[in-house]
Ligand binder design. Structure first.
Ligand code: AR6
Length: 183
């Protein structure tokens, strides 16, 4: 298994870290594993809304509801990150095809980051908590989608995956190392 926490594809750095998505002060956007109404919730959504303050949900109301796979951008308010890109992941076993909808989350978030000329973005493991997507399969989708898009990115230079559990981080790193071995 690779000991590295990062991988470079063209001039884009892909990183894996252990941490809290609400505390990523060195990126321009964090991604929310949102609910359709763009309200606060548990997990990632709870952490981001608590840290951002009520204005995050107020702005979100303008764009809600969103559908599985969709993404919208808001300001970050009291977060240390200027922007939040909210993605609604698929509920595993309910929203199908789950892999396509999950891939759409990553590609739409990166498209929005590009449109807003953002240089860095941090993702949580969308859908792998309350929405019960198996972590193994979800990490394959996350890594395949982002690495495939890298060649099209002009503004985004850093993509970070923020994992909440040390075992999941190691697992994600090993998946990234497999991709590196095919480059
Ligand atoms: N930072 C990074 N990762 C986290 C954090 C955090 N602060 N907290 C949890 N995780 P989830 P979903 C991990 O449930 O599955 C919400 O209530 C967590 O361990 O946040 O897309 C919304 O309101 C898991 O691996 O998102 C929605 O209704 C991953 O982040 C629904 O849950 C995603 O867990 C969305 O469910």
């Amino acid at each position: 298994m690779s000991k590295k926490n990062n991988l470079k594809i063209s001039d884009i750095e892909i990183e894996v870290t252990l941490g809290d998505i609400a505390n990523q002060p060195d990126v321009e956007a964090v991604v929310n594993a949102a609910n359709a109404e763009l309200r606060t919730g548990g997990g990632v959504a709870g952490a981001l809304h608590r840290a951002a303050g009520p204005e995050l949900a107020e702005e979100g109301r303008k764009y809600a509801p969103i559908r599985p796979g969709e993404a919208v951008i808001t300001k970050g308010y009291n977060l240390p990150t200027p922007y939040v890109i909210h993605c609604l992941g698929p509920i595993y076993g309910v929203n199908n095809p789950a892999d396509k909808l999950l891939a759409n989350c990553y590609s739409n978030a990166l498209r929005i980051a590009e449109e807003n000329e953002l240089s860095s973005i941090a993702f949580p493991a969308i859908s792998t908590g309350a929405f019960r997507y198996p972590f193994d399969e979800a990490s394959d989708v996350a890594i395949a989608t982002t690495t495939e898009i890298c060649g099209d990115l002009k503004h985004v230079k850093k993509i970070r995956f923020v994992l909440f559990d040390a075992g999941e981080k190691e697992f994600f790193k090993s998946k990234l190392a497999q991709v590196e071995s095919t480059l």
